[in-house]
Design a protein around this ligand. Structure first.
Ligand SMILES: [Mn+2]
Length: 358
């Protein structure tokens, strides 16, 4: 019987050695050459984490395949879980996609490697979480610790550095960031982080080709000279054009207290988190919500941000419309969002004090 590790909810303030112990315990229970499916988030952190894990496990003789979530999907989406079941892997590693108590694939040995606030652990799964450690390691950096444990981390340092830069910026004190900046140059690492984040934000929202690029290029120089990187540049341009339009949308305020600012945009590109983030620079006294009516068919996707000392997850829970799924108001205390069908969206707006948004 596969033993999940450990039985506690999760261990905060986990250090590198503990992360490596959790990873080795998981991997050592698998038969040699077992096929391991890696499911990662489609952002730069998830892409680099998935690549580090796949390469590292392949170097140890495992058959590792990696895939990232598509537009509107998360690790618990039925479409995603069905696909994984069809692959019949011997084990599953999910990275940078959070952790919650809902089951993933029943009876499949599963390890989650993540740094978001966990709200639970899927039954039978093991969680390796950086959440609660300061500074919080990214999923890519946690994956790099895992690669170190397998002694296959050589030449994967730049991937960890890209994940740190993409999720935490360039002011962190992780030695992996400092050394890689010196070795590869901040400019190259920054460009890579930006390009890797582009496909998921573009209209199609498909970062799988970016993952293939990372898996197929041995190092940063090879990646940056691969002709296919032009598709990432095109995605970035598409996104930038949509962002330029969205930046011109004006906020509306709820009644009567004007505590919530709402910006409505309409584009298939994932601009809403950046627009919300942009507006909190100017609207320091509000909770800012940017809603995108064009992201997914028949749905309103929104991002919520604030500079106020307010826990947005708690705030959204108070205004949760009936029938809103578990994706509503997840994420970070100061950065969250959701995806609602129109009826739920109207209910949500009424609850916030907006009589209409059109
Ligand atoms: Mn991340």
């Amino acid at each position: 019987m596969f033993q999940p590790f450990p039985s506690i909810f999760y261990k905060a303030a986990m250090d590198r050695r503990e992360a490596q112990e959790i990873f080795l315990t998981f991997v050592n229970q698998l038969p040699p050459q077992a096929s391991i499916h890696i499911l990662g988030h489609s952002d730069a952190d998830g892409l680099t984490a998935s690549t580090i894990l796949a390469r590292s496990l392949r170097a140890k003789g495992f058959r590792a395949e990696a895939e990232v979530t598509r537009k509107g999907e998360n690790a618990w989406s039925p479409s995603v879980l069905q696909k994984i079941e069809n692959y019949h892997p011997a084990a599953l590693i999910v990275t940078d996609l959070g952790s919650r108590e809902d089951p993933l694939v029943p009876h499949l040995p599963t390890l989650l490697i993540d740094h978001h606030k966990p709200t639970g652990i899927p039954p039978g799964a093991t969680l390796l979480s950086g959440y609660g450690t300061e500074p919080t390691p990214t999923s890519g950096l946690l994956a790099f610790y895992c690669a170190e444990a397998l002694q296959t981390s050589q030449d994967l340092d730049w991937l960890a550095a890209v994940s740190i830069l993409a999720d935490l910026g360039d002011k962190t004190d992780f030695p992996e960031w400092r050394e890689s900046r010196r070795k590869y140059g901040a400019k190259n690492l920054r460009e890579t982080a930006t390009l890797l984040n582009a496909p998921r934000r573009a209209g199609e929202g498909n970062a799988q080709p970016a993952l293939e690029l990372l898996l197929e290029n041995a190092d940063l120089a090879a990646l940056l000279s691969d002709k296919r990187i032009e598709t990432l540049r095109a995605a970035k341009e598409e996104y930038n054009a949509a962002l330029a339009v969205a930046r011109r949308a004006a906020p509306k305020f709820n009644q009567p207290d004007k505590t919530v600012a709402l910006i409505v945009v309409n584009t298939p590109c994932q601009v809403h988190p950046v627009i919300a983030q942009m507006w909190i620079g100017r609207l320091k006294e509000q909770i800012v919500i940017c809603a995108n009516t064009g992201f997914l068919p028949d749905r309103i996707n929104f991002a919520a941000r604030t500079k106020l000392p307010v826990n947005l997850i708690d705030f959204l829970a108070k205004h949760k419309p009936s029938g809103a799924g578990p994706d509503f108001g997840r994420g970070h205390d100061q950065a969250t969002g959701g995806s609602l069908v129109l009826l739920q969206w109207s209910e949500f707006l009424r609850s916030l004090g907006f009589l209409s948004y059109s």
